[in-house]
Unconditional design. Structure first.
Lengths: 241, 456, 142
């Protein structure tokens, strides 16, 4: 029987919103403090940082926190200039006091950004955006990356106690971070590959099926046979693990 | 009935709450689009389509006498400091409507408005004073009369295009939201058949009937081979490279020509735009480079010649062997020509502006290698080989963002040209399946046709 | 062993038993599962969903396909907080479970409990369909 080894670096565990937001030192971000700062900036600000620095993750958590506070949030994820209507619609449909969260604000040109900012001002809604570079909007937080941050992220992945030190070592984490020049997303992909390469030796000739075949027990050595959990609002496609 | 919880409580990493508010917000958004589409559509229909429809259906016919001709002038402001004047031909006619005699200036469609006064006058010349003509009047307002009827279909299409799009997007999103209201992820996926039609952003994947997530193979068997049963289509990156270079060269040089013509005209007029000339120099360099790259790719594609691969049967099954025929055209010598069978995984992830697609070859086996292959324009190289799909092989798999694909790859090393690789995708079924062709096979080359059923 | 996310608070638990040793199934097999719900004392379950589905895991976006789905809302059919449930369904020909390198195809059984207040709890149990050996990387490109 094929042994099922769940790679903790798979996208189901590392996509935006799955990982708690952490700052550059690897400590949890004080989401409430950020929201208070956002209020001080009159609800319009930008999360700035390079590729793979956790901007989308932070934006997802801030949006969820705003909703928990009872505020209305509209979300738009942009991939190119063609998504201008998406951003426009989100702003147009907002009312005073709402917050429009837009991922990848830098996709839009200068003109589109100016028009959308004006539209947001007219409608009285706030704008919280992510961008790779300065946007002319107040900066809520500047995301950066570090090896410590990557280590903290890795520590938060499922089954860490089982595979860390066996399949993935500290040297792997540092090497991945250095290889990809601080891009956390690419570093996690790199660690995925390394984990996969090591796990192939586990699969060969190892039978880790549950005793008695009743399927109710998993084995804590990086092999996940089943998981339980509550689902939650805004959960990504799979809310377990 | 308890309302969905608006706030949520935190429990460790988990939060309890409901997604109903999210669906509600989504429904509100799409509902707004739908209403906007209906509103604008109603405006356009009442302003454009409805009057036209009334003219063609509700107006009553009569005979009229043309008493006078004239031009109706419309003047609109054209900022910053100009006006636009348009002219429309119209006729004063006398006719009988509802038992009374009326005299009125005829109404014409707004499409007859023209800024060219002479053209409007020429249209008037087609009518003769004192002559009789057929007219149609509005029974509710007899003073309204027209001398021409018909439909401007393009105006209808244009008028309804934008509202139609809003209605479609808004309506489908609203229905999708209502269908998914209160449903779990599995429930939504289980009822995905109709929902997929409503989701314009979904990427439907075509699956073989009876074999979920196994791709269809219709496109791979619609070309009969000359010797073996099927000729496999090619999925070659070289073709896309050639098309890409061609398009780039065409578009870039088109822009270059426009700029050059403009600069030339300025020069002839005694003006020299130094900035434009400075821009032209690098543009010219890039344009020439694009043309060279395109020609080089074209020469390479034609010099190396086409590669064809025929196979005895399709789709394929694990544990079985299949005859293949490799044919290579072109001219010159190919130092080595290698045919291999590969299994490739593909995964796509989209985040922000990044769409990341990664491919990984997870299995590869050499089928045949040929050395010093000589091809001539009228005599292509041909060779047979046997491909075996390993027993227990993973079948072909496709979903919206992930795929497991089998393919036959021909790699060649020509004598005077760069290496090339040509890919021929194939579909492998799960083990113990009897492959069934998707469409009737054409009888080919004297081989008796036979059919195989898919066993369930 | 349940992977408890918050050991401090009481969590429901769904113990599931498969009818095949090592949860290894073949295409066209009948899969039968029995489950027992625990830890829901004081909670009222207003609905239960049973599903058998496949999903992808790896470096790409997750895709899923539901093969079997059943929703129980009839109070007479709902198990009590500590009762058991069972369901069975034939398995399809494809897709087979696949342990690839960047794409994995997994089959699982899910039982989703819906509580009052729009809260729901899901228990997912993986099983294997088919006997495809794991893949190993030969080469990759992005």
């Amino acid at each position: 029987m094929a042994v099922l080894v769940t790679n903790p670096f798979a996208t189901r565990f590392t996509r935006p919103g799955r990982i708690e937001p952490l700052d550059v030192t690897g400590s949890p971000v004080d989401v409430d403090a950020l929201l208070d700062r956002l209020r001080g900036l009159l609800g319009t600000a930008a999360i700035v940082g390079p590729h793979g620095s956790g901007k989308s993750t932070l934006l997802t958590h801030l949006a969820a926190a705003l909703e928990r506070r009872g505020e209305r949030v509209r979300r738009a994820r942009l991939h190119s200039w063609w998504d201008v209507p998406k951003a426009w619609t989100a702003i147009r449909d907002s009312t005073a006091g709402d917050t429009v969260c837009i991922d990848s604000w830098e996709c839009l040109g200068v003109t589109a950004r100016s028009v959308l900012r004006l539209a947001a001002r007219v409608s009285g809604c706030g704008l919280l955006v992510t961008s790779h570079r300065g946007t002319g909007m107040p900066e809520l937080i500047r995301c950066g990356t570090s090896a410590s941050l990557l280590r903290s992220i890795v520590r938060s992945l499922p089954g860490h106690a089982c595979w860390h030190g066996q399949l993935i070592h500290e040297t792997d984490i540092e090497a991945a971070f250095a290889l990809h020049c601080g891009n956390l997303r690419e570093s996690l992909y790199e660690l995925y590959d390394r984990f996969e390469a090591c796990a192939s030796s586990i699969r060969a000739g190892v039978d880790a099926g549950p005793d008695g075949g009743d399927g109710s027990d998993g084995v804590c050595d990086g092999i996940q046979q089943f998981v339980d959990g509550f689902s939650y609002a805004g959960a990504p496609e799979r809310n377990l693990g | 009935m308890r309302l969905p919880r608006f706030f949520s409580k935190k429990r460790g990493h988990r939060r309890t709450g409901s997604r109903e508010w999210g669906v509600f917000g989504d429904g509100l958004f799409h509902g707004t689009l739908l209403l906007a589409g209906l509103f604008f559509g109603a405006l356009l229909v009442s302003g454009v389509a409805a009057p036209e429809w009334r003219i063609n259906h509700a107006f009553l016919e009569s005979r009229c006498t043309i008493l006078a001709k004239g031009l109706a002038r419309t003047t609109v402001a054209d900022p910053p400091a100009a006006v636009i004047t348009t002219w429309r031909p119209c006729l004063r006619v006398r006719y009988v409507a509802n038992g009374s005699v009326h005299e009125s200036w005829s109404d014409g469609p707004s499409t007859e408005n023209t800024p060219d006064r002479e053209a409007a006058l020429r249209r008037l010349a087609a009518w003769t004073l004192g002559s009789e003509a057929t007219c149609w009047y509005d029974p509710a307002a007899p003073q309204t009369v027209v001398l021409q009827r018909g439909y401007n279909w393009w105006l209808w299409l244009l008028s309804l295009l934008l509202p139609g799009a809003l209605v479609l997007v808004g309506g489908s999103g609203l229905v999708r939201g209502l269908r998914s209201w209160g449903k779990s992820e599995e429930h939504r996926a289980a009822s995905a058949g109709f929902s997929e039609l409503l989701d314009p952003l979904a990427q439907p994947t075509l699956a073989a009937p009876g074999y979920p997530a196994v791709p269809v193979w219709d496109d791979l068997v619609n070309s009969p081979g000359t010797i073996l049963r099927y000729r496999l289509p090619i999925e070659s990156p070289e073709n896309w490279t050639l098309v890409g270079f061609g398009l780039f060269a065409l578009l870039w040089n088109a822009v270059l020509v426009v700029l050059a013509v403009g600069a030339g005209l300025d020069l002839l007029g005694g003006r020299i735009d130094w900035w434009l000339f400075a821009l032209l120099v690098p543009f010219l360099g890039v344009g020439i480079g694009g043309v060279i790259m395109f020609i080089r790719s074209l020469v390479f594609a034609t010099a190396v010649g086409p590669t064809q691969l025929e196979i005895a049967d399709h789709p394929l099954l694990p544990g079985r062997q299949y005859d293949v025929l490799l044919a290579q055209g072109g001219t010159g010598t190919i130092r080595s020509l290698a045919l291999s069978l590969e299994l490739e995984e593909q995964a796509t992830f989209r985040q922000g502006t990044d769409t990341r697609t990664e491919q990984a070859v997870v299995w590869k086996q050499s089928v045949a290698v040929f050395h010093e292959v000589n091809a001539a324009p009228h005599s292509r190289f041909e060779a047979r080989a046997v491909v075996e799909i390993p027993p227990g092989a993973m079948h072909s798999f496709t979903s919206s963002h992930n795929a497991v694909r089998w393919r036959l790859v021909v790699r060649g090393t020509p004598d005077r040209w760069p290496e090339f690789s040509r890919i021929f995708p194939v579909v492998v079924f799960p083990p113990d399946a009897e492959a069934k062709e998707a469409s009737p096979r054409p009888a080919g080359n004297g081989e008796a046709s036979r059919s195989r059923e898919v066993s369930r | 062993m349940t992977k408890a996310m918050d050991s401090g608070s009481a969590m429901p638990r769904v113990d599931m038993q498969f009818d095949r040793p090592h949860r290894q199934h073949e295409p066209h097999d009948q899969i039968s599962v029995r489950y027992r719900i625990e830890g829901c004392e004081g909670e009222h379950i207003r609905a239960i969903e049973h599903s058998v589905l496949w999903y992808t895991e790896g470096k790409g976006e997750e895709d899923l396909g539901v093969h079997f789905f059943q929703r129980l809302t009839d109070r007479a059919l709902l198990p009590s907080a500590t009762a058991t449930g069972a369901f069975t369904t034939p398995l399809p020909q494809s897709p087979l479970s696949y342990e690839g390198v960047i794409v994995k195809v997994r089959w699982c059984v899910r039982v989703r409990l819906f509580f009052e207040g729009s809260r729901d709890f899901v228990s997912e149990h993986v099983f294997t369909l088919g006997r495809i050996p794991p893949a190993q990387l030969v080469s990759s490109r992005t």
